[in-house]
Ligand binder design. Structure first.
Ligand SMILES: [Zn+2]
Length: 94
């Protein structure tokens, strides 16, 4: 997750985050540079909360697919990292 993505997740998580994001203390504690602040504002102007999360999940899955436990038959992500049965196609593997 990028710094911008993490800060936006915090933004959505904390209801009064907007009050804190403008304080110098918050900026220093979270490494919020003017460049990152601009990037966050640009993202929030163009996307809804749901769009942001959907795109974030898709990007993380795409970037880390090789690290995930995926079904060898249909390539969907398994329910847990240890399971050996696919919830999508019911394939079992060892
Ligand atoms: Zn499968």
């Amino acid at each position: 997750m990028t710094i911008e993505e993490k800060l936006i997740c915090d933004y959505f998580y904390f209801e009064n985050f907007t009050k804190h994001i403008k304080t110098q203390r918050f900026k220093e504690e979270h490494g919020l540079t003017p460049k990152i602040e601009e990037a966050i504002e640009a993202i929030l102007e163009t996307k809804t909360k749901e769009q942001f999360y959907e795109e974030l999940v898709k990007r993380i899955i795409k970037d880390h697919r090789s690290e995930l436990n995926c079904c060898p038959k249909c390539n969907e992500i398994a329910r847990t990292d240890k399971t050996k049965q696919c919830i999508f196609c019911s394939h079992n593997w060892q």
